[in-house]
Design a protein around this ligand. Structure first.
Ligand SMILES: Nc1nc2c(ncn2[C@@H]2O[C@H](COP(=O)(O)OP(=O)(O)OP(=O)(O)O)[C@@H](O)[C@H]2O)c(=O)[nH]1
Length: 512
């Protein structure tokens, strides 16, 4: 169109066309004037084009007008590439500001939601015992929920007030917890005194004491509660049994006493009758008169003899019943003590656990020292147990441990103690035993283990162990003793396993 409008002028410079409409040229000139006016009003580079264009129109210098317009087009194109990035940057900035403000609005709303949920449900759940603080928190939650993003002032004040009361509350919870623990400690210390026999509560007390000594955890507390419940229930059953045995002894004694009464009154009647017979004898003159008196004496004496015999029999029966009942009560009481030991029992093998073992060792060492009786210990370690586990599985390994303990229990005496020292290690306490006898006892277990072989899925599995044995020296510490027996066990392993080695005596260890 522009070319069309200016066709004639351009062609003026070049060969002129023959038919040019003058009205069209005029109106094109008007348009160009208007453009020049606009350009003059523009600032910067564009106004230069306005004056150039004006000049060319005044002079009717069409080639100049044409160049001016072409330059203008070029410059405009250049300007637009120069301006656009800046404009894009500004637009980007604007967009990103809008996006950012959208994001920050969204995250502020999310924060608000979280804070409100924390206040509404989270914190009251932690403060179930304090209704006042819980209500205060809920109010703050509602305030946060209600407030706009820009008006959280009051909510923040409420939260601040709540945090302040929380600090006080937390301190008071800590203080209460410390007091409760103290009460529990006092109670534990007194349980032994409160219980009928201190030894019946010994294990439970040790259990709670070790619990209080370490950091508390929900798992540990639950395990301790289960253990105590179990022991309490079993002790309750045994105690009932023991009490009913005691009751029956009491009834038996009462029956016996009332029998004695009968015998006593029969005997005194007999004496009175004999007195009568004696008086009658004094006035007897003839043999006929004597006859009935003697018959009476014989009859009464026979009757009293039967009663005496019955009483004798009853006494002896009562005596043996009493002995039986006493033995039963003793056995039940021993079981009560044993139940207490449960708190110190290894759950897999039912032998003592390490803590129980250390207590038993201390007890036996004291006894040995006080009564000057020998005490031996032996430390056993199953040979190639890892291989067994790897070959047959962990469960088979567990069963092998149980099997070993069963064999040991069947082989040793009642008074001997067996404890699980660690994974596949066991410690034996052999009171009143010389070192030679201890070595023999351990060898006997080894022999027995090859006889009552461990079966796994109908497969015979040979389980052997190595052991160290030591005679306890009255002057050494538990740790020193364990080190000695452990060194002997190590030698047994090194010398080829499946054997027992005597530990050096304590003095030799000290000298070494
Ligand atoms: N099944 C089972 N395995 C256990 C238990 N406690 C420990 N173990 C495993 O016993 C294995 C002992 O391995 P090691 O200490 O190498 O002893 P070892 O294989 O008997 O070798 P030696 O003592 O030299 O004869 C380890 O693999 C433990 O995982 C348990 O309660 N059950």
């Amino acid at each position: 169109m522009f070319k069309k409008v200016l066709g004639q002028s351009i062609e003026k410079a070049a060969p002129a066309p023959s038919s040019v409409n003058p009205a069209l040229v005029e109106s094109a000139g008007n348009v160009l004037h208007a453009v020049a006016e606009q350009l003059l009003q523009a600032r910067g580079e564009l106004s230069v084009f306005g004056s150039r264009l004006n000049r060319s129109l005044q002079r009717e210098d069409w080639p100049l007008a044409t160049r001016t317009l072409l330059d203008l087009v070029e410059t405009s194109a250049e300007l637009s590439t120069r301006v656009t990035p800046a404009r894009h940057e500004a637009a980007d900035h604007l967009l990103s500001r809008q996006a950012h403000s959208a994001v920050s609005d969204a995250s502020a709303a999310a924060w608000k939601g979280s804070v409100s949920a924390l206040l509404e449900t989270g914190i009251p759940a932690l403060l179930p015992a304090d209704a006042a603080i819980a209500e205060q928190v809920r109010q703050a939650a509602r305030q946060v929920e209600k407030s706009g993003l820009d008006e959280t002032g009051e909510a923040l004040e409420r939260i601040h007030a709540f945090v302040t009361s929380c600090n006080g509350h937390g301190a008071s919870i800590d203080a209460r917890q410390a007091l409760l623990l103290d009460v529990l400690r006092q109670l534990t210390a007194n349980v032994a005194v409160l219980s009928e026999q201190a030894s019946w509560a010994h294990g439970q007390v040790a259990n709670i004491e070790s619990l209080l000594a370490g950091p508390l955890s929900v798992d540990l507390l639950q395990a301790a509660i289960e253990n105590l419940k179990d022991v309490a229930q079993r002790q309750g059953d045994i105690r009932k049994d023991r009490d009913s045995t005691r009751d029956s002894v009491e009834h038996m004694l009462q029956a016996f006493l009332s029998n004695l009464d009968t015998v006593a009154s029969a005997t005194s009647q007999y004496h009175a009758r004999i007195g009568d017979y004696a008086e009658q004898l004094a006035s007897v003159l003839t043999a006929e008169q004597l006859q009935p008196i003697l018959a009476g004496v014989r009859r009464d004496t026979a009757a009293v003899e039967v009663q005496a015999r019955t009483a004798r029999e009853q006494v002896s029966a009562a005596r043996s019943e009493l002995h039986e009942a006493q033995a039963r009560v003793r056995a039940l009481e021993a079981k009560l003590e044993e139940m207490s030991e449960l708190a110190r029992e290894d759950p897999l093998t039912k032998s003592l656990n390490r803590r129980g073992m250390m207590e038993a060792l201390g007890r036996e060492m004291n006894r040995s020292k006080r009564y000057r009786i020998p005490l031996c210990i032996a430390l056993l370690d199953i040979d190639n147990f890892k291989q067994l586990n790897d070959r047959l599985g962990h469960q088979a390994g567990d069963n092998a441990l149980v099997h070993l303990v069963t064999v040991i229990k069947a082989t040793l005496r009642q008074m001997d103690v067996i404890a699980r020292f660690g994974g596949e290690e066991f410690l034996l306490l052999l009171p009143s035993t010389s070192l030679d006898d201890a070595m023999l006892a351990v060898t006997r277990i080894q022999r027995e283990l090859t006889r009552s072989i461990f079966m796994h899925e109908h497969q015979r599995v040979l389980v052997t162990f190595s052991a160290g044995a030591a005679l306890v020296d009255g002057n050494e510490s538990q740790d020193g003793l364990i080190q000695r027996v452990d060194a002997a066990l190590y030698r047994a392993k090194r010398e080829g396993k499946n054997r027992v080695v005597a530990a050096d005596c304590a003095a030799a260890e000290l000298a070494a």
